[in-house]
Write a protein of this length. Sequence first.
Length: 163
Amino acid sequence: MIRKILKVIIVVNLQKGGASFLVNEISTYLKSLNIEVFVFSYSGKSAIPELESADLVFSLGGDGTVLFCSRIVESLSIPILAVNIGDFGFITEISKKEWKTAFIKYQNGELDLSRRVMIKVMVERKGKRVAFHKGLNDAVISSNGRSHMIKLTLEFKEAVIGN
């Protein structure tokens, strides 16, 4: 089944070498297909922008970029096509040379994006929220070096990220 893609968001980590060239290459190609393109670029830590819905998000960077990207679009349930600009990525399996082939296969319904679990972690102490974080697939609970007993309350609500 061919997917109709009218609007794409590109989230790009400018700290990665070749990021500017790649975002321009992807933007030019998508615009030639009459696809609306919105680029959110960042370097280092960034505030989470408010984005409107889109049909697809390109994440250009590494695993950290796709984790950041997943937090941005989590509430919009937009599929993420993660492109690795660096040398190695666990989550970002598509190389910068493969982005166009992967996009065409996705658009033609020949490629599905894997489903991931978004995790929201809240830390409360004496009834007061002291921390809140979102993550993709897992969360780590650690101590300050000494062993302590902790009480955990876990809730599971299914949500779908991707297609």
